[in-house]
Design a protein around this ligand. Sequence first.
Ligand code: NAP
Ligand code: MG
Length: 403
Amino acid sequence: MEKIKMKTPLVEMDGDEMTRILWRMIKEKLIEPFVELKTEYYDLGLLHRNETKDQVTVDAANATKKYGVAVKCATITPNKQRMEEYPELTEMWKSPNGTIRAIMDGTVFRAPILIDSIRPAVRNWKKPITLARHAYGDVYRCVEMHTDVAGEATLTFKGDDGSEKTLLVQRVEGGAVWQGAHNKDSSIRSFAKSCFQYAIDTKQSLWFSTKDTISKVYDGRFKEIFEEEFENYKAEFEKLGLEYFYTLIDDAVARVIRSEGGFIWACKNYDGDVMSDMVSTAFGSLAMMTSVLVSPDGNYEYEAAHGTVTRHYYKYLKGEETSTNPMATIFAWTGALRKRGEMDGIEELQIFADKLENACFKTLADGYMTKDLTLLAEEGFEVRAVNSGEFLDIIADNLIKTL
Ligand code: NAP
Ligand code: MG
């Protein structure tokens, strides 16, 4: 069989620990035998980030802006414990995902991979629910204080043009807590654009929810910017038969639970933090969660939603067998290859991505699964637990049969 040719390289961001091991296996077993893989490789492994003083992360993000599509392996975000584990680290480098997101100015969309043998906790969910979380500001960039005497707090804005606005927050007679939060029109607008763009890309309707009945100015501004931006996408939505609708967050929660899924739910930063955990848990497993960062100007970075699976890596290092689930990482590759195929007009690449995903579904439907999934499978469904390598080999066999 002749290998599928690519035009533009994919930006490939390698990562850490168990996912780095899976990364190599996925490429060797599922991609390189079939595709003449063209990538621009960036090693985002922790030690290489350290050697380059994290420049490699910045370069990888800029390459994504240049080429339009990237695929990323999970990476370690160093903390105090990691500084002890890796004494050669010269700094507690920031989260690569945070750095990339800031450079691409993007929004992260997370969606579960659904299979018949694992039913969502919510009975009527039949299609994936994609959660889009605004990743800037609000309580995540606020200032807070506690005071313990009577008094009052005011909120003052000083414009560079000399203008000034002051509001009384509250007068209190005793101890109190205070919080000053903000968001930026530009960030909300990028968020809105990414959401509308991704809805069109994936042909799914978009729901957006805040609490603008209570927060008339702050949340009201989110609603207003989304409405303004929607004007630019309306025609395309109509053409595709998609819907954009805004509703209050509490109403959205009720509707989401009663829905059958198959739409994108855009949330403010805090709501998105909480709701994405609720939605992903109800769908089953973090190991089956895909994630894509979409920039407002239409660049894409695909990854798995889970981390580097450290516990399994240490077992692997000891030579023990591991049954780590590679599904989300495989789907990061298929997402990226399909998007590359779309952008470059290479149909075979898009078909290959579909076939590889189908080979994964066939493998799972036949009962072959990694251990994390065997525990979740519905009663009566016959499962055969396999290790990561065996799982990939069976997928490869199934793939070859369809090519
Ligand atoms: P994690 O790597 O997601 O793993 C937590 C646990 O979830 C694992 O120990 C495992 O449970 C289960 N799990 C996750 N993915 C799995 C898979 N593919 N197959 C089977 N089981 C899976 O989270 P963490 O241990 O909190 O974080 C480890 C490192 O990842 C940290 O250094 C963190 O900075 C990094 N991280 C990176 C990203 C990213 O790059 N996007 C995201 C999150 C975390 P059992 O142990 O019970 O088997
Ligand atoms: Mg959270």
